[in-house]
Design a protein around this ligand. Structure first.
Ligand code: SF4
Ligand code: SF4
Length: 178
């Protein structure tokens, strides 16, 4: 929890539930022991650096309106290396299917298809890759695993999960003989 120039978390504490905090060995989807839900962090001035540095997209960007405030939408948005991640409050696993969220998430997927950006919804640790016309439920993706998309042009026609080591092997494989 933190604050941006324009917004502050106020009565939202949802990231203190859905995010893992390595320094506290706090798993995902469990309230931090230092959180008073809806009130704030009880160790605010001594909170771990990763908490101090964290800002969800609603907090960091005024592109998302008040409906997207995490304790209202039940969705915490962050960026990833490849695009956007939408984490559902585990108490509201279908929050992302409600409006206006479902339409907006689909619109980002449409935009992402032309700009090579992924939109991933995370429900109970399951990762769902959302494309303009499909959803790929990829299950739990480990920290050493990556989502690999199969493309036809810019269209995503398949998705799988590979270990990073398998990706490295692929990258170092010699080119097949001509
Ligand atoms: S989810 Fe966003 S708005 Fe809510 S407490 Fe965390 S950083 Fe603040
Ligand atoms: S230490 Fe504070 S800011 Fe960090 S997860 Fe716990 S309650 Fe939230």
């Amino acid at each position: 929890m933190t604050s941006s120039a324009k917004r502050s978390c106020g009565d939202c504490t949802l990231c203190c539930k859905v995010m893992a905090i390595e320094a506290l060995a706090k798993p995902v989807n469990a309230w931090c022991l230092h959180c008073r839900p809806g009130r704030g962090c009880m160790i605010y001035t001594a909170r771990p650096a990763e908490c101090a540095a964290f800002a969800c997209l609603w907090l960091a960007s005024d592109l998302l309106d008040e409906r997207w405030k995490p304790n209202r939408s039940k969705l915490v948005l962050t960026t990833s290396e490849d695009g956007i991640e939408v984490r559902c409050d585990p108490g509201f696993p279908n929050a992302w299917r409600r409006e206006p969220y479902a339409s907006e998430i689909r619109a980002w997927a449409v935009e992402g298809e032309s700009s090579n950006m992924t939109v991933v919804v995370i429900v109970d640790q399951r990762m769902i890759l959302v494309t303009p016309d499909r959803e790929f439920d990829l299950g739990i993706v480990g920290p050493d695993e990556r989502i690999v998309r199969e493309l036809e042009g810019t269209k995503v026609v398949g998705a799988s999960v590979l270990k990073e080591s398998e990706l490295d092997d692929r990258a170092s494989d010699p080119a097949p003989p001509a």
